[in-house]
Design a binder for this molecule. Structure first.
Ligand code: FMN
Length: 188
């Protein structure tokens, strides 16, 4: 018997991504988000949702671009910091000691030290309610060679991304591999 928990944003797993943007004065900023996901394969697109109150919201509206930086586990403290202070009041790059790199493809910065980055051009904005959804076309994906596997694509076990558990508001690492997609289900 299932118990109703009410209308909540309770789903698993949630990503932990860092959105990179520039403000009007070209100051780079980063903010943590968990409300996000891939939303189209062709053209490749990613959706992120931000409250209007965030500094990043105005930056994306102004510059029409953002990056999605995927942290590895060892950056969990920086990740949490980026989600608890606003770029309106502090320079998060200076405070964290991480390095901002200007994307050559979109008008946004990315974090040099994070292993994976998606460079995105804003193609659509949806006013939903408290959050506004930004859809970015992924112009390029850049990955550190250290997180690449044998076939030249990223290896989740090397990358060690972070997952957000909305139930307790905690960060988790990824678990074990359960099987190959489009394959394990064929075996009876
Ligand atoms: C784990 C975590 C997930 C978050 N997810 C979101 C999100 O999806 N959307 C959002 O608007 N804010 C989210 N936040 C809050 C923002 O990161 C926070 O308001 C931040 O200060 C915004 O920074 P900015 O003002 O520099 O843009 C999250 C914070 C944390 C710690």
């Amino acid at each position: 018997m299932k118990k109703s928990l009410g209308a909540k944003t309770l789903i698993y797993p949630l990503p932990v991504w860092i959105v990179g943007t520039y403000d009007k004065e070209d100051k780079p900023n980063v903010a943590t988000i968990a409300w996000g996901g891939i939303c189209c394969s062709d053209p490749p697109c990613v959706a992120i949702s931000l409250r209007k109150a965030t500094y990043s919201y105005g930056n994306i509206m102004e510059r029409k671009a953002f990056t999605v930086n995927v942290p590895s586990e060892k950056y969990v403290r920086e990740v949490d910091y980026f989600g608890t202070v606003s770029g309106r009041n502090v320079d998060k790059f200076t405070e964290s000691g991480l390095t901002s790199v200007k994307s050559e493809l979109v008008d946004a910065p990315y974090i040099k030290e994070f292993p994976l980055v998606l460079e995105c051009k804003l193609i659509r904005t949806s006013e939903i309610g408290l959050h506004t959804q930004f859809i970015g076309e992924i112009i390029d994906v850049k990955a550190d060679e250290l997180v690449l596997g044998e076939k030249g694509i990223t290896d989740i076990e090397k990358l060690k991304p972070v997952i957000f558990a909305a139930d307790t508001g905690s960060y988790y690492g990824v678990g074990k591999c359960l099987g190959a997609a489009y394959s394990i289900g064929k075996k009876r």
